[in-house]
Write a protein that binds this ligand. Structure first.
Ligand code: PEP
Ligand code: MN
Length: 345
């Protein structure tokens, strides 16, 4: 349930709403806006509580029952877009942010070459897996702590923030001590213990969509992070499983404008995992921006043919540079389109 306070509601009026919720054994989370406060009433039994219980309290403007299971990720709770800060890079604001780097950190030379190439081409965040969630236990599992140390080294050397995946709860504090931003991968989107621990870390988190999860399940998973008081959450569409066999996954671009309508969280698109095919990455990147994505996540390796994982979907530095040029051209064109479109209204 979402309680919207009147503009200028007093602290006492807000406290009374909070106290009422607590007396009913419900949780609360406040969104203290510049002129309006919104109170999310949390609990599994809010459906049984009449809205009047809150509507009659002084200072309350409206009470909306949220039938959807997610609350904190909803636009009703936070009408304004969330802007996430990853080591000084803002995601969800006006600028398109590109995160790029290898699927996995493989060696110092590989990571440094990749970092140099992506930074030079205009990426603002370096990605690279130190812990890899692999389908087979016999596949490369990542360099783990050594990979984290290399990422930290690349950050210093190239002055670029880093994002890397954390695959289980025990590693959250270790990964958070090296990375500017944590990634929770598709396979772990509904690992609720991991979500709670990543939320507690207070590091920004990129939450990739589970490859067979609905938008509702995705936003409800985001609520686990937000419920820990961590507001720094970014969603990332990375393709879903369908019957097609010409691409690894089907990049579901429908979700981008849909998420923008119902959630305040920024959303990235990962066309590398979304297509699994190098030749599809550039067109799908532009398509993602056209539908309103806040940024892209792209796999880049100095020599993709030697990559230890996801070689088929990995760009080389030349292809990435070409992609970035097109991204920049497209963004400039889009900005102009947005301005002209605003004049039409
Ligand atoms: C990744 O980004 O390296 C990754 C493993 O992605 P996903 O979780 O989307 O499969
Ligand atoms: Mn990968």
């Amino acid at each position: 349930m979402i309680v919207e306070m009147r503009t200028g509601a007093s602290k006492k009026e807000i406290d009374d709403v909070v106290q009422k919720a607590k007396s009913l054994n419900l949780g609360v989370q406040l969104n203290l806006g510049t002129d309006k406060t919104v109170v999310a009433i949390l609990g599994s039994n809010t459906g049984q509580i009449p809205t009047d219980v809150f509507a009659i309290l002084p200072g309350v403007e409206s009470v909306t029952r949220i039938m959807k299971p997610y609350k904190l990720a909803s636009r009703e709770f936070r009408p304004k877009d969330t802007i996430v800060d990853c080591g000084g890079v803002k995601i969800g604001g006006k600028r398109i942010v590109v995160m790029a780097g290898p699927c996995a950190v493989e060696s110092e030379a590989q990571l440094m070459e990749a970092a140099e190439a992506v930074k030079k081409a205009g990426a603002s965040i370096l990605r690279g897996g130190a812990f890899k969630p692999r389908t087979s236990p016999f596949s490369f599992q990542g360099l783990q702590q050594e990979g984290l140390e290399l990422l930290a080294k690349a950050r210093e050397k190239f002055d670029i923030p880093v994002v890397t995946e954390v695959v289980n709860s025990q590693d959250v504090s270790l990964v958070a001590s090296y990375a500017d931003m944590l990634q929770i991968g598709s396979r772990n989107m509904q690992n609720f213990a991991l979500l709670t621990d990543a939320g507690k870390s207070q590091r920004p988190v990129v939450l990739k969509r589970g490859f067979s999860c609905t938008i509702t399940e995705w936003l409800t998973a985001a609520d686990y992070l937000l419920a820990e008081g961590n507001q720094q959450v970014i969603l990332c569409e990375r393709g879903i499983r369908t019957f097609v066999e010409y691409s690894r996954n089907t990049l579901d671009l429908n979700v981008v404008p849909a998420i923008k309508n119902i959630s305040h969280l920024p959303i990235l698109v990962d066309p590398s995992h979304g297509t699994g095919r190098r030749d599809l990455i550039e067109p799908l990147s532009l398509a993602a921006l056209a539908v309103g994505a806040d940024g892209l996540m792209i796999e880049v390796h100095p020599r993709p043919e030697e990559a230890w994982s996801d070689a088929d979907q990995t760009l080389d530095p030349i292809a990435f540079k070409r992609l970035m040029k097109r991204v920049n051209l497209f963004v400039a064109w889009q900005q102009n389109f947005v301005e002209q479109e605003a004049e039409l209204n």
